[in-house]
Design a protein around this ligand. Structure first.
Ligand SMILES: [Zn+2]
Length: 365
């Protein structure tokens, strides 16, 4: 599968020692390859076929950590699952922009009679606590508490009877990319311990865990579970090098949306536009890059600030995306100038917009 090869190439690529301009070229090239694969007739037909069979819209709320890549881990075609990322997978439904994005997305789905499955994720590593979530200071219990609260907020907004929007809490164990499903009565089902991939088995099993789940959503959750079990087996056979997951080598700060091509561990810190306070995370992110330079993990010749906003329509939507991206880039740049003047000197800023239909990242400067 081409997508997997691309992922592994990027994961294994020794790009950390290259000069900053070469690293930026590598990154732009990675986004180009992602778009090219996304636009092939095979990928297009895969998506069409998949959504015809499984029409539920799947939204995943997750951490900015590049290792958490649900389409890859469930063998779902790219472009089916809608990711919403933020540091630590921390969200609050009271954030004006987050609320607006989720409300509009759900509303558009309902207008076309589409139900919505919302996976609320946290992540950890079973082999080493320090491969867990840096956003939660590696405290998995704290991240579980957070997702439980978030589920309550989602139910408050979209209803407790779950007939249109069904929120599911889902852990993600990054050593083997295993999903851990949390049932409605707090049962825990670790897919790393499962072998059976029959549709009938999983329909029954998930029905017991989610008694009030609409049939349509249940039938569309089944392939995520079976796909994950198959993926875990492949990861075990591939003897993944986990050292790459623990070493911090981030040299990119991304602000905005449209960074799905970047599912490479520990090269970028992605700050979503959802929280009303993005200045704090930007300052922290620059601190991490500075420390990577001091420790000699990355060259000291520069780092990249990349701002992006997606658009799905030409004209007004595209023009707004350009201004959003420019605003986010300028805002982040001012924060860095104020809080890390030494690092500001090393910054290379690029702004981009992402064409949602082709997933092409159009770099503006
Ligand atoms: Zn995390």
């Amino acid at each position: 599968m081409k997508e997997i090869n691309q992922y592994i190439d990027a994961r294994e690529a020794d790009i950390y020692k290259m000069p900053i301009t070469d690293r930026i070229d590598w990154l732009i090239n990675l986004s180009k390859r992602h778009s090219e694969i996304y636009c092939t007739p095979e990928a297009y037909l895969d998506r069409k076929m998949y959504s015809a069979k499984h029409p539920t819209l799947i939204i995943v709320l997750k951490c900015m950590d590049g290792r958490i890549h649900i389409p890859y881990a469930t063998k779902t075609p790219m472009g089916i699952i809608l990711p919403i990322r933020n540091i630590g997978g921390m969200f609050d439904m009271g954030w004006p922009y987050l609320g607006e994005v989720l409300y509009n997305t759900v509303n558009n789905s309902v207008e076309s009679s589409q139900k919505v499955l919302m996976l609320i994720t946290y992540h950890f590593s079973k082999g080493d606590k320090h491969r867990g979530c840096a956003g939660f200071h590696y405290d998995c219990e704290a991240s579980k508490k957070h997702v439980a609260e978030l589920k309550k907020q989602i139910e408050y907004v979209f209803g407790h009877n779950h007939q249109t929007v069904y929120p599911v809490i889902c852990g993600f164990e990054t050593d083997e990319d295993a999903m851990i499903l949390h049932g409605e009565n707090n049962e825990i089902l670790d897919l790393a311990e499962q072998k059976n991939t029959s549709e009938e088995f999983w329909t029954n099993k998930l029905r017991m865990m989610y008694p009030d789940m609409p049939d349509r959503i249940l039938r569309d959750l089944v392939p995520l579970a079976t796909g994950n079990i198959e993926h875990i087996a492949e990861i075990r056979n591939s003897h993944r090098n986990l050292d790459l997951d623990t070493v911090h080598r981030e040299w990119i700060i991304c602000v905005g949306r449209g960074f799905d091509f970047l599912h490479v561990p520990n090269i970028a810190l992605i700050i979503g536009p959802y929280s009303p306070d993005i200045g704090g995370p930007i300052t922290d992110a620059v601190g991490i890059i500075k420390s990577n330079m001091t420790k000699g993990m990355i060259p000291k010749d520069g780092f990249l600030l990349l701002a992006s906003a997606p658009y799905s329509e030409i004209g007004v939507d595209m023009a707004r995306a350009e201004l959003k991206s420019r605003f986010l880039g300028d805002y982040a740049s001012e924060v860095i100038k104020k809080h890390h003047p030494d690092m500001y000197e090393l910054m290379i800023k690029k702004t981009a917009v992402l064409n949602w239909h082709t997933r092409h990242l159009e770099v503006k400067n």
